[in-house]
Design a protein around this ligand. Structure first.
Ligand SMILES: *Cc1c(COP(=O)(O)O)cnc(C)c1O
Length: 349
């Protein structure tokens, strides 16, 4: 009996592992004397932890950042527990116990998380300080709290709100980070994610935490020509058909064929993360030929014009060009959204 498990066989996310490795090497170089870690949360930004983690591990990456405890669990297959930081920290004593049992590092984000961690017996952790994004992290007014003396802190972290712009808050946050880093005893300090690396040496400290740029995103102009595309969605043609002049295609009949057309039905839709913002903008590629999307994108499929590629047939694979900066400009989706929406139906390889 054949098996019919997901991920579905007619969708795949092509991962250029060499480009990923080079992106990490370049970000590590650009981090100067700091070492680049890797933000690998949200299933490696949608690329798939199973394809990304072994490549980063082979590059010698030592600091991995995930958001949730379940994400740490899947990363543990590839990476040593004491190289993994869990950004949302321990919200319950069960999570703290899990961290201790596995040897994972929670990122302590508040005095109450510090208390949860210490009640569970404590141990090596990281500590997030909020220097101006007003999201997770200790308030600057809490950096002298005596409970911090009881923590065994590996990294003190903070996170920039506007590193992808030249914004006055960057320097303000740098200044506050220096104050916090002076006040708190730790093995290392870390402020910058991808964009912050491009802000220069004062922002680097000991460890940088790139995510987006590892996976091909260009958050700042400094990365143009430096960072390479890593992920390319590919989908199978389910059928082709001939459409008469004047016939309409797809929901709400938004496209009318100006001439007889040969079209292909591609097995990729918005449920896979190919959002409707792409309608009228995307062109799939077959060999070197463009196949423009016609009409609205459906949940599980998209119709493309293959008049220019008459040999496209059922079972052929087509690619979606996925240059993140260009795709973001075309669709209005952020580069982060473009990656993380790629659904679980994809089979990364
Ligand atoms: C997601 C995240 C990163 C990585 O950010 P990029 O902009 O993707 O490089 C770094 N640090 C923290 C705390 C994060 O949440």
């Amino acid at each position: 009996m054949p098996s019919f498990n997901c991920p579905v066989p007619n969708l795949r996310l092509h991962i250029d592992g060499d480009a990923l490795a080079r992106n990490w090497q370049r970000l590590n170089m650009l981090s100067g004397t700091a070492s680049a870690g890797a933000a690998i949360k949200a299933n490696a930004y949608g690329l798939g932890i199973n394809s990304v983690a072994p490549i980063l591990k082979e590059q010698g990456v030592r600091n991995y950042f995930v958001t949730h405890w379940c994400e740490a669990a899947s990363l543990l297959r590839y990476v040593a527990a004491n190289d993994i930081s869990v950004l949302h920290g321990p919200q319950t004593s069960e999570e703290a116990q899990y961290a201790k049992s596995q040897g994972l590092r929670p990122v302590i984000n508040s005095l109450s998380q510090a208390a949860i961690w210490l009640r569970a017996g404590g141990g090596v952790c990281d500590l997030m300080v909020d220097t101006g994004i007003n999201r997770l992290g200790l308030d600057m007014s809490e950096i002298h709290d005596p409970i911090l003396q009881k923590l065994d802190i590996n990294l003190v972290l903070s996170h920039l709100a506007c590193a992808d712009e030249d914004h006055p808050l960057n320097a303000v946050q740098l200044d506050r980070a220096r104050t916090a880093f002076r006040a708190i005893n730790s093995v290392g300090k870390s402020l910058s994610s991808s964009a912050g690396i491009a802000l220069g040496e004062p922002y680097h400290f000991d460890i940088t935490r790139p995510g987006l740029a590892l996976y091909g995103g260009i958050p700042r102009a400094e990365f143009e020509g430096v960072i390479e595309q890593v992920a390319t969605p590919q989908a199978m043609v389910i059928m082709t058909r001939q459409v008469a002049q004047g016939a309409t295609i797809g929901y709400n009949a938004t496209f009318t064929a100006p001439r007889p057309m040969r079209v292909a039905i591609v097995s990729l839709g918005y449920a896979d993360g190919f959002l409707r913002a792409w309608a009228g903008k995307a062109k799939f590629r077959y060999g070197g030929i463009d196949l423009p999307v016609l009409g609205k994108i459906s949940m599980d499929m998209t119709v493309v014009d293959c008049s220019a590629a008459p040999d496209v047939a059922e079972g052929d694979w087509v690619s979606l060009p996925y240059n993140l900066a260009a795709a973001s400009a075309a669709t209005g989706l952020s580069q982060y959204e473009l990656l993380t929406v790629l659904g679980e139906r994809f089979n990364s390889r």
